[in-house]
Design a binder for this molecule. Sequence first.
Ligand SMILES: Nc1nc2c(c(=O)[nH]1)N[C@H]1C(S)=C(S)[C@@H](COP(=O)(O)OP(=O)(O)OC[C@H]3O[C@@H](n4cnc5c(=O)[nH]c(N)nc54)[C@H](O)[C@@H]3O)O[C@H]1N2
Ligand SMILES: Nc1nc2c(c(=O)[nH]1)N[C@H]1C(S)=C(S)[C@@H](COP(=O)(O)OP(=O)(O)OC[C@H]3O[C@@H](n4cnc5c(=O)[nH]c(N)nc54)[C@H](O)[C@@H]3O)O[C@H]1N2
Ligand code: SF4
Ligand SMILES: [Mo]
Length: 748
Amino acid sequence: MADDADDQTIFRTCPLCEATCGLEITVRDGAVHRIRGDRQDVFSNGFICPKGSTLKQLHEDPDRIRTPLIRDGENPDGSPRFREAEWDEAFAAIETGMAPFLANDRNAIGAYLGNPNVHNLAASIFNRPLVKALGSRNVFTASTVDQMPKHVSSGWLFGSPGSIPVPDIDRTDFLLMLGADPWESNGSLCTAPGMPDRLTALQERGGRFVVVDPRHSRSAAAADEHVPIRPGTDALLLAAIVTELDATGQINPGRLGPHTSGLDDVVAALAEFTPESVAAATGVDAETTRRLAAELAGAERAVTYGRIGTTTTTFGTLASWLIDVINLATGNLDEPGGAMFPTAATGPATKATPGGRGFATGRWESRVNSRSEVLGEYPVADLPEEILTEGDGQIRALVTVAGNPARSCPDSDRIEEALASLEFMVSVDIYLNETTRFANVILPARSALEKSHYDIAFYGLAVRNVANWSPPVFESDGPTDDEIHARLGLILAGLPADSDPALAYDAVIDTVLDRAIRRSGSPVEGTDADELKAQLTGETASDRALDAMLRVGAYGDGFGADPDGLTLAKLKANPHGIDLGPLESRLPNHLSTASGTIELNAPGFMSDLPRLAASMSVEPAAMTLVGRRHVRSNNSWMHNVNVLVKGRERCTLWINPSDANARGIEAGGLATVASAAGMVEATVEITDDIMAGVVSLPHGWGHSAPGARMQVAAERPGVNSNVLTDDAVDPLSGTSRLNGIPVTVTAV
Ligand SMILES: Nc1nc2c(c(=O)[nH]1)N[C@H]1C(S)=C(S)[C@@H](COP(=O)(O)OP(=O)(O)OC[C@H]3O[C@@H](n4cnc5c(=O)[nH]c(N)nc54)[C@H](O)[C@@H]3O)O[C@H]1N2
Ligand SMILES: Nc1nc2c(c(=O)[nH]1)N[C@H]1C(S)=C(S)[C@@H](COP(=O)(O)OP(=O)(O)OC[C@H]3O[C@@H](n4cnc5c(=O)[nH]c(N)nc54)[C@H](O)[C@@H]3O)O[C@H]1N2
Ligand code: SF4
Ligand SMILES: [Mo]
């Protein structure tokens, strides 16, 4: 592994998860020779997980699609058959396939955008215009199997769905962490590379952290205390903590008191949720709840933080809200060591005054299930019925971009049935997988190593203010991701397939500049857009759009107003990133609610409380299913990397010994898990690491679909847990219940 004089070293941020680790990539003879953590990275300081170095394997994967594919019939086994095509031919086929739908009701074309889009610069810049150009209301994303409750909660509380406070884990003394397992996931809605190390540092400086989770996860094992909880009941526990804080006279919003509306209303409305009243439902005894409240109130700096286990339940929005109610009530919102709002380099500086237009959901409703629009999209739980139910507005054609709904979304058998029934489908992806096998045309996105990178989304959720741009490691002959997204967007706008993508490039850059020119107080207020445009640098359109965002952003050079300010060129000159400092308090001016206050008692929250109260008297299911993650896996799409999947089988059903005994289920044997939606047979792992009455299966497996082309994954297919996920959603955000699904479990 000795370095060669001709080796080239490139520093790059890992795009695989939210942690944004810096990588040091050595290239020898035109191939990746080695990938290790970049010790000089200003944020990750050398931390890397086992997935980071597999950018090499992903890049070299013979199954990764490199040429557009057009479906041209069936294989002998009935699975779809594809042939390779030229790019122009593929775009022309999309134009032809979409034409009948574009000419009539645009709602007949649906769009599903998956998770890797938020880890991709071109997609971050182009997806929104693409969806706008399409002009369909049938838009779905992975947000409604993930963080949508937090957007709704933040939207109502602070006025903007993007204003999500993150736990300031580097400076806190006490962390209450619910439904998150950063030892496996490396953190979410909390970009903190090396999060496990940071939590260990919290302990070393005398602080504590407590994990609330039905499983004794690796994070729970590392914590000072593990509190097992019955799935789906975190909102009850959190409500009881608020009541306990009130009962002990420990509600102290401090500085933010005058900028908060409805704190008394909220406390009064939560009075029926006491440590005693919720104990039977949550499985957390009153004593423990009281102690957690006392610790949160007593610590100098404390923070409550919740993730997937709290959002993907039927009370996801209430749980997300209550987390911030507690942070506010204990004086820890917007304070160092509490829950703070990052100031991203691509966003504006804090405004001069609080207030704005606020946030609303439910501006329109889905056709079949009448579920509310949130952020311009429908719950992905509605996708299959919107495709399968005939009538005006039925989805008959679909575009998927970096998504695998056939594995990652609820009731996936029904989704597959729906995908199979489409008249036309286009996918932008890197694999022919369980979802894209239904496409008529697949456009291969570039490999991560063939594009520049900047984490627009995650620096807005980071525990320090940071900016880091990465160059591509390799050149490529094919179109850039910009070109793929631009040309697809132009076709979906109704323009000819051979339209110049520069039309779209200009449009995205104009949008960024126009917004800044119109914003009062911006450094370029009132200037001429063309003049600014001429000053942009960057080789691709998305890099130039990024340059524009950075320059008019919170630390930007304002196109000359502050010569020391941030530009893309400055980031290029700093390959290990630029640290812009610790998080700073931003309230009240950061608020954009109509009242200019934190609207703690927004009607949406208050009107859902009776449902929460009613849940206490519902007889709980005898057995429920939760998920889990493993550090060597990433949702559904990294199972084709041999170094990650080799070894012990990971797609196993965890069951408590008492539940296994009662059912005659044996370790290593098979058990049947059945829900209202479907049934799977999974290999059993008997373990005390899961509480009685709960079983756990990881998601993203089930790689035996005919026609998919992921050879390594097919050797260890596992089972698809989302066959079991039913139609239940959190009504406020439309987010699916992926955790706490009622199931029955029997020996095979
Ligand atoms: N039961 C259960 N289900 C879950 C979850 C759970 O906890 N439990 N978690 C949910 C969560 S949090 C999420 S975010 C969703 C994810 O849901 P999805 O985003 O729909 O699914 P992924 O498995 O991430 O699939 C990503 C797709 O993008 C492709 N891809 C990868 N890189 C690129 C790229 O650079 N460009 C392009 N164009 N394509 C690329 C992959 O091949 C794959 O097809 O899953 C959800 N599903
Ligand atoms: N290795 C790896 N890393 C990833 C991903 C991956 O698939 N693999 N996915 C990425 C994505 S898209 C996301 S969104 C993040 C998610 O990041 P995390 O939210 O940290 O995700 P998980 O590791 O699934 O942790 C969720 C925990 O919630 C617990 N849980 C389940 N139900 C409940 C409940 O009702 N209450 C409580 N309190 N806990 C519950 C589960 O047992 C599990 O331990 O991870 C990201 N990072
Ligand atoms: S923790 Fe996430 S960002 Fe860091 S190396 Fe692993 S996958 Fe990449
Ligand atoms: Mo996610």
